[in-house]
Ligand binder design. Structure first.
Ligand code: PLP
Length: 388
């Protein structure tokens, strides 16, 4: 059976050109970039070339890019880095309740150590109202962190407006762009961000590598102490093959992004329409228009998301019920609950996230398989019987 992978928000397959670009840095050009001989300096040059590419993708300067182990570390570094560097100024952080766990859990950590966190409300589509950010800012606010787009429901947040408000208030602004960088345009000046998180494996690069954009002049407390790598902002020998892979993935994303986004948007809309037309009691989660080109998130009443996932898997279709990190948990998604969905509807959710290798045939396979799965599951559903 041919596998249909529709979980690109969880991770993507590393692009073959990325693998090819990385290979020499495991074997031939394996020197430590901090050493002075030729093959080490070659590795250092490759790291710097990748840095320039990442900077180029988001309209930043090379010197403003710090390589990390991925999106989680970038988020941790942004939040803890700003919090501890600005303790003398204030202890208030503003964020949204639909952030990735890497932000939410870091805020929870900080809240147990003297910081106060405001979780802004979101509307039924998951949108933050920039005016709520304005109202929440106090003279103790040191940071606002609102994601560029949701990994679960695909809603694209009004980051530009929030950036302007944060700038006027003189507050540092971080945005998690893990789901947008390389997929839709991201420009740090247009967004007005001081910090921005990126992850390699969400844009056809390798796992275990990412980057944090740090606007020149932003004060950050380092999380890693040791050597002088990354201008002392992140100690530890660089993951040279990973960084080279991220650079290559970013280069490819820059070339393909516009056409791919348009193509995926058509597939997305075909899938949404097909699900709503083909199955009763389906609700689209997330914003209908301000939405990532590859994201489809629906609640299908009276059937457990996990049961649908397992049945789809038996048909060779890979999807998700929420973010990858919470899909092994039986808790309903914190994002869907924040939109106001009752827990039983949040439990009935499915997320499909499209990618570069998906075709119309893949979408049609889902539209063929899922209605039959839903009918079968509803026939045995205690959730449906409870309403009869
Ligand atoms: N932020 C968002 C929005 C994500 O979707 C993810 C991964 O799912 C992360 C952060 C964490 O990134 P990583 O897996 O590179 O640690």
């Amino acid at each position: 059976m041919q596998r249909i992978y529709l979980d690109h928000a969880a991770t993507t397959a590393t692009h073959p050109d990325v693998v090819e670009a990385m290979l020499p840095y495991f074997t031939d050009v394996f020197g430590n970039p901090s050493s002075i001989y030729g093959c080490a300096q070659e590795a250092k040059a490759a790291v710097e070339e990748a840095r320039a590419r990442v900077a180029g993708l988001i309209g930043a300067r090379s010197s403003e890019i710090v390589f990390t182990s991925g999106g989680t570390e970038a988020d941790n570094y942004a939040l803890k880095g700003v919090a501890y560097a600005n303790e003398h100024k204030g202890n208030h952080i503003i964020t949204s309740p639909i952030e990735h766990h890497a932000v939410i859990e870091t805020c929870e950590f900080l809240s147990k150590r003297g910081f106060t966190i405001t979780y802004l409300p979101v509307d039924e589509y998951g949108l933050v109202d920039p005016q709520d950010v304005k109202k929440a800012i106090t003279d103790k606010t040191i940071m606002v962190s609102v994601m560029h787009a949701s990994n679960e429901i695909g809603t694209i947040e009004p980051v530009e407006e929030i950036g302007k408000i944060a700038r006027e208030a003189g507050t540092c602004f971080h945005s998690d762009a893990v789901q947008t960088a390389g997929h839709i345009p991201v420009n740090v000046d247009e967004l007005g961000v001081d910090l921005l998180s990126i992850s390699g494996h969400k844009l056809y690069g390798p796992k275990g590598v990412g980057a944090l954009y740090v606007r020149r002049g932003t004060r950050l407390f380092s999380l890693m102490h040791g050597g002088e790598q990354e201008k002392r902002r992140r100690a530890g020998t660089e993951n040279v093959p990973g960084i080279v892979g991220l650079g290559k993935a970013v280069e490819l994303a820059g070339q393909e992004m516009t056409a791919e986004a348009e193509r995926q948007k058509c597939l997305r809309d075909r899938l949404i329409k097909g699900l709503i037309d083909g199955i009763d009691h389906v609700r689209l989660n997330g914003h209908p228009v301000r939405r990532l080109p590859n994201n489809v998130n629906v609640s299908i009443d009276f059937v457990e998301g996990e049961a649908m996932l397992l049945n789809l898997d038996m048909e060779g279709i890979c999807a998700s019920t929420g973010s990858a990190c919470s899909s092994s948990s039986l808790q309903p998604s914190h994002v869907l609950l924040a939109l106001g969905l009752p827990p039983e509807q949040a439990h009935c959710s499915l997320r499909f996230s499209l990618g570069r290798e998906n075709s119309e045939q893949d979408v049609d396979r889902v539209l063929e398989a899922l209605p039959a799965i839903v009918t079968r599951l509803r026939a045995m559903s205690p959730l449906l019987r409870a309403t009869e």
